[in-house]
Ligand binder design. Sequence first.
Ligand SMILES: CC(C)(COP(=O)(O)OP(=O)(O)OC[C@H]1O[C@@H](n2cnc3c(N)ncnc32)[C@H](O)[C@@H]1OP(=O)(O)O)[C@@H](O)C(=O)NCCC(=O)NCCS
Length: 245
Amino acid sequence: MPLTAERFDARTWPDEVLEELFADAFPAFITADPEAKKYVGRVRDRFADLNIVLVEDGDVPVATGWGVPVSWNGELGDLPAGYTDTIRRAVRGRDRGQPPDTFVICGGIVSRSRTGLGLAGELITALRDLAPRAGCTRIIAPVRPTLKPAYPLTHIDTFAGWTRDDGAPLDPWLRTHWRLGGQIIATAPRSQTMTGTVREWEGWTGMVFPSTGEYVIPRGLSTLHIDREEDRGRYAEPNVWVRHR
Ligand SMILES: CC(C)(COP(=O)(O)OP(=O)(O)OC[C@H]1O[C@@H](n2cnc3c(N)ncnc32)[C@H](O)[C@@H]1OP(=O)(O)O)[C@@H](O)C(=O)NCCC(=O)NCCS
């Protein structure tokens, strides 16, 4: 099964192929971050060369991922606040003509039928290879831990420190980064903030929210706060900053 990496826009994939690749990768509320929405279009436009797909046997897309270049001075205090702040910094930096130095891996998906086969590692490796092309010497990632929904009440600082007996991170996605030399350097408790009306949140989660309060939601990395009076639901998504060598 030879794997090759190519730009996502190098060819036009049939809709059913894309549906298979992206199927159920993220919960419905993932797109409910209004601040991120302001920038995603410009990210696609300005950084299309940093959005790749891994293709098996020449014609089967099995994984996809993307990143953006930012300027970061290497100090923890200068890290973006998380995913949304990263894409904001990337777009603003590009528009100001500021030269970047740090490649940020922003997302990765392995086709559902191919998970558990180690493709995630191949994807991270291919994404890291983009850094020099983007003019970057440093590589970081605000990692969205895939096991976190099992522990929505646990603070991300605690969760990020959990390891197995062999010293590897307990979280599988963090573990994949770690195995490739990635080190946890910080957490991003509010990497993204998703908001919506009560009705929207009910649609996204398949639950009802009769009272104001805190709710555990399906696939939520943290809890959802519902304010019935203001007809608002607010959910902050925590990530973990990993730095690659
Ligand atoms: C996260 C994701 C990229 C991992 O891809 P993958 O190819 O399955 O990863 P790997 O085969 O390298 O497996 C990595 C580890 O996760 C474990 N794993 C894989 N799928 C798993 C699952 N569904 N549940 C629990 N553990 C799983 C593997 O056993 C492996 O653990 P190990 O360290 O003990 O070997 C993939 O599951 C995915 O696309 N998920 C949806 C999108 C997403 O959440 N992306 C990450 C945030 S942007």
